[in-house]
Write a protein that binds this ligand. Sequence first.
Ligand SMILES: [Cu+2]
Length: 377
Amino acid sequence: MNPRRPYHRKQAFDAGDVGFGITANQLSLGCDCLGHIHYFNGYRTDSKGNPVLLQNVICMHEQDNGLQLKHTNYRNNAATVARKRELVVQMICTVSNYEYVLAWIFDQAGNIEHEVRATGILSTMPIDNLDESNPVTVPWGTNVGPGVMAAYHQHLFSLRIDPAIDGHNNTLFYEESEALPVHKETNNFGMGYRATSTVMKKAGFADLNVMRNRIFKIRNDSQINAVSLKPVAYKIHAAPSQMLLMGPDSFARKRAAFAEHAMWVTKYQDDELYAAGEFTNQSRKDTGLSEWAARPDNVENTDIVVWHTFGLTHNPRPEDFPVMPAEQISVRLQPDGFFTKNPALDVPQSTQAFNQSTLHQEATTIASCCSSGKSHL
Ligand SMILES: [Cu+2]
């Protein structure tokens, strides 16, 4: 998003133009994942359509992510505690200067998280900032080194969700929370709030609304949860993000309509897999979501596809250079009345016999270096 020539031409579809398969790292033990690891191979096609084996492009491992649940009975101090153990399925793609680390993370409470990490090396341009008496800065970039400027830019991702919530006939809707009107009989103290639901009946798009806590959910109207008495559903913990900042007449905008709105819903069609259309290389207009979401399709209680646009408005920091600490962003799918109780209740309790934690020996160390032999603790 450097406004000067020739950078106005630099608008990459990292997945569509370059490809995350062809740039996938071949992973190895000890480098990218920790612990007990299984690797999956993959294939890409060469220019003649022949399969080319890519070894170890996907890794699967487990990781500990703190507590899954805990409660201490304050009357007798008895505690129930289970750790949050996650299954991580991960690939890493090197797209020229940048690395994208893409992971699906499954936990034992039914959550499915898609995490993106962006790391690697910033795209930089020369800047004449070497004369300390005449410092040069620009409003659309950050000086990250002597003579080196990194322009502001955005990374926008489209997460395609082809849901089957207890079957393929699903509905996308959003829930908003709002204060109940103060009313002598129903809300005399002004304390209450309620949730309203809006169904996406026709193919199209919608935006997020943090001030109304707008939460998108996918439900199956033919399957009623025995406890909540509402249709079974999964909610989408969207990643609230600024949409594309390029102007309406810019080619990037014409080529990437998906980057204008956070949530899209289309009726399922074979071969509609890529948000900006199948062939993005040197495309002049979007042949993806802008066309598919404009069809007057009913998307209520049918086979739908939900697309979530999220990303990073990345105004570089000097700390992002020369190699960038990973920026992390994630979208989580969470059961919402899909189960009848906490699905992690059968996770074994966390115990010292299993965890084998060890005690930090700080007191001993200090005592041993004290001439008096007394601990300062
Ligand atoms: Cu960036």
